[in-house]
Design a binder for this molecule. Structure first.
Ligand code: ADP
Length: 537
């Protein structure tokens, strides 16, 4: 028999500290300066965090809310909290105040750890957070902000704490982290990751056909640690012994560019970040001297972005799909032998799909009755999933979030081809159904943003007396541009049948977004309704 190796996340940081101790972990601090650290130092500080939290009375299973940018310090907190047996509840600073107090109270956070610039978010709502006992500001004494709140300084807290104590041990199925889904309707829902699910997920995600991460890489997660388990990068990187760069709070293209040029070989973010970066590179006539790969997910990546990275900069794009409920990885688009001999155009067609799942994730395309639909690349259906790091039940719900065969409905609509490549066509709540047929809003939006004057696009369903619904395309122009509707329509005509074309193209100044940066179609449809929008005759 083999040993019973406990799949706890502390084993990840221990591995990195022991076998990759000097690998650089570099970041922009919230206070300003660049911090140069390594896995051994990150682990030692995590041990101090764990010891300090226990000293303050934190017990196994207690929940600590963390609202922080991607910094080196955040990595020590990321491992220090579960190392104390507690649960790391990531908080998105872009949440509305009422959502924030809802999730803090719902998850029963005992402590809050917060970056110094984000403290005002709590000043505004502290009266509504009766269970919060302590607020720890993630900075040193010199930078402690003025506040009416009773706060503790992080540096004071960990000073003098042992940096070599034992982690709190326990069962690998114990809770490790909580992330709430943004909940476009109703209240946000809590997804609880276990130690085991996080370790298995990171093993699966780092593997060659997925992130293909190694100790040769230096990875910069632009995607925040508070978004969908930070795409697991804070687990995958130390597991692989990779070097890391943490970009801090400056999410501007210029700020991120400066960090990318610190030897970053690999980076990850949602498409809008990369649209902005590509514009910046063009406008300033800049190159990327070390970057080799970009992981793009969270929303559909337009073909133009994939082409620009690969053709203009020689950087490989990995298009990925996932969700909070899946820890988050569902699929990544890497080439299987079946597609690697395709022409350049054929490969780009494949890269518009979100690829195929790793071992530990199983997928199914189903009709409304839950029956399997063919993998023919054209029959859309509900995308269902199962796996080692897929949600079973949301926090404090009284029933599992699964159908009777144990499948979790992702809420996405997709087609799958014979090679197991998935193409996301819609969110099920955003589908456009005209005369009984689906029209893919994602495909329409991607076709529209291929026009150089279009910055952002959303295709929405408008009720229609004869066809039930008809598509309308809402676009945001690039700065100082006035897109020509006829030109956009002719781009769409290349990809859509006549009956699928939008009945109207409307230009607006901005589109409503959720806290995770996705276009809120629900709100957009409401806006149009309130403005008394009518389809053209
Ligand atoms: P939120 O809290 O905003 O729902 P998630 O990250 O959990 O945050 O969102 C997951 C959803 O994002 C997926 O169900 C899917 O609709 C969308 N998504 C993620 N990646 C892609 C992609 N590559 N293409 C299209 N949609 C995507």
């Amino acid at each position: 028999m083999m040993q019973n190796f406990s799949l706890r996340v502390s084993t990840i940081i221990d591995h990195a500290a022991r076998y990759h101790p000097n690998r650089p972990v570099i970041g922009r601090s919230v206070e300003g300066p660049i911090v140069e650290s390594n896995w051994q130092e990150v682990q030692r500080e995590a041990k101090q965090v764990a010891a300090a939290l226990q000293g303050l009375g934190i017990k196994k299973g207690d929940v600590i809310g963390v609202m922080a940018w991607n910094t080196v310090r955040h990595l020590s907190v990321w491992y220090g909290i579960p190392g104390a047996g507690a649960v790391n509840h990531t908080l998105n600073p872009r949440l509305f105040a009422d959502q924030l107090d809802y999730i803090i109270n719902h998850a029963e956070d005992r402590f809050i750890m917060v970056d110094l610039d984000l403290l005002p978010a709590f000043e505004a709502i502290i009266d509504r957070l009766p269970k919060i006992e302590k607020i720890i500001v993630l900075t040193d004494r010199a930078h402690m902000p003025e506040t009416k709140l009773d706060v503790i300084c992080y540096s004071d807290l960990i000073e003098g704490q042992p940096d070599d104590g034992a982690w709190i041990d326990g069962d690998e199925d114990e809770a490790c982290g909580i992330c709430y889904t943004s909940g476009t309707t109703g209240n946000p829902k809590g997804v609880v990751y276990s130690h085991r699910s996080n370790v298995l997920h990171a093993l699966a995600a780092a593997a060659p056909d997925m992130l293909n991460l190694s100790s040769q890489d230096r990875i910069m997660p632009v995607v925040p640690l508070f978004h969908a388990n930070g795409w697991s990068i804070a687990y995958c990187a130390p597991m692989a012994g990779a070097s890391m760069v943490m970009p801090g709070r400056d999410m501007t293209a210029a700020g991120l560019y400066e960090m990318l040029e610190m030897g970053v070989t690999y980076t990850a973010a949602v498409p809008t970040i990369w649209l902005g970066m590509l514009q910046h590179l063009k406008a300033e006539n800049l190159g990327l001297s070390t970057l080799k790969r970009v992981l793009i997910g969270g929303a559909s990546c337009p073909r133009a972005v994939i082409e620009a990275f690969q053709n203009d900069y020689g950087i490989q794009v990995l298009h990925a799909w996932g969700m909070t409920e899946m820890s988050p990885l569902g699929t990544i688009c890497s080439f299987k032998p079946e597609v690697s001999s395709l022409s350049e155009e054929g490969q780009l067609d494949i890269q518009e799909t979100v690829g195929h799942p790793p071992y530990t994730v199983d997928l199914k395309i189903a009709n409304d009755a839950g029956e399997d639909l063919p993998w023919d690349g054209k029959t859309p259906g509900r995308l269902l999933s199962k796996g080692a790091a897929v949600v079973q039940r949301y926090l404090k719900e009284d029933a599992d979030a699964l159908d009777e065969d144990g499948w979790f409905d992702t809420g996405d609509v997709a087609v799958m081809d014979a090679n197991g490549y998935v193409r996301i066509t819609d969110r099920s709540k955003d589908v456009i159904k005209s005369g009984g047929e689906w029209i893919s809003s994602i495909e329409m939006e991607n076709a529209a943003v291929a026009h150089p004057d279009v910055a952002e696009a959303a295709a929405v369903a408008i009720p229609h007396p004869k066809w039930d619904e008809r598509p309308v395309l809402v676009i945001v122009p690039m700065p100082e541009k006035t897109p020509d509707n006829a030109e956009i329509m002719s781009l769409l005509e290349k990809r859509f049948a006549k009956w699928q074309l939008p009945d109207d193209i409307i230009t607006v100044d901005d589109l409503p977004h959720t806290a995770t940066g996705k276009i809120s179609k629900l709100e957009l449809r409401q806006r149009l309704k309130e403005q008394g929008y009518k389809l053209p005759e």
